[in-house]
Design a protein around this ligand. Structure first.
Ligand SMILES: NC(=O)C1=CN([C@@H]2O[C@H](COP(=O)(O)OP(=O)(O)OC[C@H]3O[C@@H](n4cnc5c(N)ncnc54)[C@H](OP(=O)(O)O)[C@@H]3O)[C@@H](O)[C@H]2O)C=CC1
Ligand SMILES: O=C(CO)COP(=O)(O)O
Ligand SMILES: [Zn+2]
Length: 357
């Protein structure tokens, strides 16, 4: 079946970005892209504290240069309260479209505020840390709880490879972890389709898993400060985002390994980056699937992404607790975790895969 469903299983339109611009210096093409999309006035740039100076102000200035009214607002968290604050700001200033310029949190807040106001949204990532830069999903965090919400996909994605190559390499390596996690997400989806007859899209699943395989095959060419690496990762993130749009859910890119990451977000004192945790979660869940978990671990190592609790900066006890908690995170999403792991089973998987020692 290859129709798109929302979270309630109702049919809805498949949303894809219209323009995807990837390359060196393409931040200077933001205004041309906006003109092409007939977005000619009253923009709201949502950016982050550090990314304001890296890209937010460049976008604001270049749109002002062509006579647009552009406001800029800094977003510091991805909470619902923050979405509400920015939505109100947009209403008061007559915003006609949003640009999310920055990292994952910033893009999610801008994406959801734009969805609620039913105005276009343009994604301008300054890091390739996960596939939310292109997807029709927004992750909202309230306290320690993360909620994944269906939103409108960006109308355009403008990824400047020079800016992204200059971002801390840790963010790009995390993006690779998020892509590699498609391996177990697709296995979980196939399992749920066989056991519970959940809606399954062959096209979305094939695209998501092929994207992860290509990246793993090229793992030794992903290096810091290399624009060619950034291009490869951004294209893979776009493919993952498209797979989610085809599916109408995050199923092709989020399974048990993401549940493990969401569990860590809830319990760890200082969680690591989303993509880093998903990468380690993929090693663990591939072991549970009886698959080649070592290949996952080797690819992450080649890229320079964490493969152990120590490298994540998370205590072993939280890894074990998260493994036991993971199946409760999203009970409606059937995965290899089934009804859950016992504490002793969690310890075996974590030790065998060398995630803890
Ligand atoms: N919508 C979706 O489908 C998905 C959403 N998510 C969500 O995204 C968030 C995680 O996003 P992630 O990007 O990993 O982390 P963050 O959004 O937490 O960003 C990490 C840090 O990187 C900084 N940064 C970004 N770009 C640069 C740059 N070029 N140079 C220097 N610093 C930079 C940010 O600065 P600044 O302070 O300016 O922001 C921020 O401090 C979570 O809330 C997660 O739930 C995750 C996966 C999918
Ligand atoms: O992170 C995602 C895909 O990589 C989105 O998944 P969630 O639905 O788990 O938030
Ligand atoms: Zn993810």
């Amino acid at each position: 079946m290859d129709v798109t469903h929302d979270m309630n299983g109702q049919k809805k339109w498949m949303q894809l970005p219209r323009n995807v611009v990837i390359g060196n210096g393409v931040i200077n093409e933001v205004r041309d892209v906006c003109t092409d999309l007939k977005l000619i006035d009253n923009a709201l740039v949502v950016t982050g504290k550090s990314t304001k100076g890296i890209a937010g102000e460049i976008v604001q200035d270049s749109l002002q240069d062509v006579g647009q009214n552009v406001e800029l607002v800094i977003s510091e968290s991805a909470s619902m309260k923050e979405v509400e604050r920015i939505r109100k700001h947009a209403i008061e200033s007559g915003t006609k479209y949003f640009l999310g310029v920055g990292s994952g949190k910033t893009i999610d807040v801008a994406k959801l505020a734009a969805t609620e106001l039913e105005v276009p949204f343009i994604s301008v990532p300054t890091a390739a840390s996960h596939d939310g830069i292109v997807s029709s999903r927004a992750s909202i965090k309230d306290g320690k709880t993360t909620t994944s919400i269906q939103a409108n996909a960006p109308m355009a994605v403008i990824a400047d490879t020079e800016i992204i190559a200059n971002a801390p390499y840790r963010l790009l390596a995390a993006g690779c972890g998020d892509i590699i996690s498609n391996c177990t997400a697709v296995l979980d989806w196939q399992l749920a389709s066989r056991l519970q007859n959940v809606p399954f899209s062959e096209y979305a699943a094939a695209l998501a898993s092929m994207t992860a395989q290509i990246l793993m095959d090229s793992a030794d060419s992903i290096k810091p400060e290399l624009e060619s690496s950034v291009r490869m990762v951004v294209k893979a993130l776009v493919s993952s985002g498209v797979a989610m749009s085809i599916a109408g859910s995050s199923r092709p890119a989020s399974g048990s390994e993401h549940m493990f990451s969401h569990a860590l977000d809830r319990i760890a004192d200082e969680p690591a980056l989303h993509g880093e945790q998903c990468g380690v979660g993929t090693i663990l869940m591939m072991y549970l699937h009886g698959g080649d978990w070592k290949r996952i671990s080797d690819a992450l190592k080649l890229i320079g992404a964490p493969t152990t609790a120590k490298e994540l900066g998370i205590e072993d006890k939280y890894i074990l607790e998260a493994l036991v908690l993971s199946h409760t995170i999203r009970p409606e999403r059937y995965t290899i975790l089934g009804t859950g792991l016992t504490p002793d089973a969690a310890e075996i998987v974590a030790r065998k895969t060398k995630v803890i020692s």
